[in-house]
Ligand binder design. Structure first.
Ligand code: 1CP
Length: 358
């Protein structure tokens, strides 16, 4: 399956150029010609060309249409001197694909029709097969030809963050219902987490079989959990994901927001690269993760609203501190926000290359 899936594009892709891309070298903690850079949420509402193609097309529909996925994934690659593309999709797409009744509402985010609070809801989470997401396989293959030696990052939501949307029914500040299940009904919690873990492993395997060069697991909201609870209730599941995809041979990135106190444990979970938000300087993050990890991050996205001189000074600081890590992929500390000026991002990507090549 894996070989068959990758073959059709093998000729279109200069495999050696790809393997030597600065992004993949940095993920593998090998020497780089310059610090590689990409931006979480680099596609999306900050780009006028995105708003144009998305006009009248609901988010979840866009995520199932190859023409849209390919075009939107390529938009930031055309604009910015970035070292990787990220597949245009959303963390909720695999859940929708296995039949969970959900929508992504403009200005809100994911909304679940019947939030999961008991065993019957959990049983609806079934394992995913490649046939559930043909548009993912086809779009990844189409993108490989367009991207040439630029790596494509596949991604999935981590079980905790997916569980939070499913249990709360939508975005949440405190994750009260989620924690109520985690603390109060551990058997139910573990069953849900196990099912989400199985689904996520299957979904990441589909993307790697189709040809993505790296994967990122987004545990965006896991920073809400204390370290002891992370160790007991989250880590076993996340570790299983990284363990079960290790043999696929692509770098694995693990990212969450507000995870300063969890960085060591997130490193233990088994990713090759640990994503760091803007709250912990990278040299400190390098001390918190176990040896053998590269880091990704971590300029505050809000910094992009400051005057250029400030941005430049802070970007230099991120790069300098990043040099203390075994490998460094420059990124923001979280996603690009919708009102950020794309020209500032363009200038930042060039600056990262220029300054780090010295
Ligand atoms: O109509 C629209 O344009 C909807 C806005 C939007 C977009 C552009 C959503 C709804 N998702 C996306 C795309 C998306 N989602 C990407 C794009 C890839 C790229 O960088 O180019 C990615 C990686 C995601 C993943 C995602 N979705 C995460 C993890 C990343 C993160 O930012 O932490 C999360 C938490 C979601 C849920 C989600 N989907 C959409 C929104 C607005 C949200 C967040 C809602 C909340 O605050 O809880």
């Amino acid at each position: 399956m894996a070989e068959d899936a990758v073959q059709p594009n093998a000729d279109a892709r200069p495999a050696s150029g790809l393997a030597e891309s600065p992004f993949l070298l940095a993920c593998r903690r090998e020497p780089v010609p310059h610090t590689p850079v990409w931006f979480m949420r680099q596609a999306g509402r900050s780009l006028p060309e995105y708003l144009r193609v998305r006009e009248g097309v609901p988010m979840l529909e866009a995520c199932t249409r190859q023409d849209m996925i390919v075009e939107i994934t390529m938009q930031p690659v055309r604009r910015y001197a970035i070292d990787a593309a990220i597949f245009f999709s959303d963390i909720m797409v695999p859940l929708k694909a296995i039949g969970v009744d959900l929508d992504i509402k403009p200005g809100i985010g994911p909304v679940i029709a019947d939030p999961i609070r008991d065993a019957s809801g959990i049983d609806a989470i079934r394992e995913l097969t490649p046939d559930d997401v043909p548009y993912v396989t086809e779009s990844v293959r189409a993108l490989l030809g367009e991207l040439g030696s630029t790596p494509l990052i596949g991604f999935a939501g981590a079980p905790f963050t997916l569980a939070s949307y499913l249990i709360e029914g939508g975005p949440s500040r405190n994750h009260d219902h989620t924690k109520a299940m985690m603390y109060g009904a551990p058997e139910l919690w573990n069953r849900l987490m196990e099912r989400l873990t199985d689904m996520t492993i299957a979904y990441l395997k589909v993307q790697v079989a189709a040809g993505v060069s790296a994967i990122q697991l987004f545990d965006s909201w896991v920073g809400a959990v204390a370290p002891e609870d992370y160790r007991d209730s989250v880590l076993p599941h996340t570790s299983r994901i990284f363990r079960e995809i290790e043999s696929l041979g692509v770098p694995r990135i693990h990212f969450g927001v507000g995870t300063g106190e969890l960085l060591g444990l997130m490193g233990e979970a088994g990713a090759d690269v640990v994503g760091v938000d803007w709250r912990v300087p990278l040299d400190e993050a390098a001390r918190r993760v176990p040896p053998g990890k590269a880091l990704q991050g971590n300029l505050d996205p809000a910094m992009l609203f400051a005057p250029w001189e400030t941005i430049e000074r802070r970007a230099k600081d991120v790069i300098d501190r990043g040099r203390t890590a075994e490998g460094h992929v420059f990124n923001l500390g979280h996603g690009v926000t919708p009102t950020i000026d794309p020209d500032v991002l363009a200038r930042l990507a060039e600056f990262v290359h220029e300054y780090s090549a010295r």
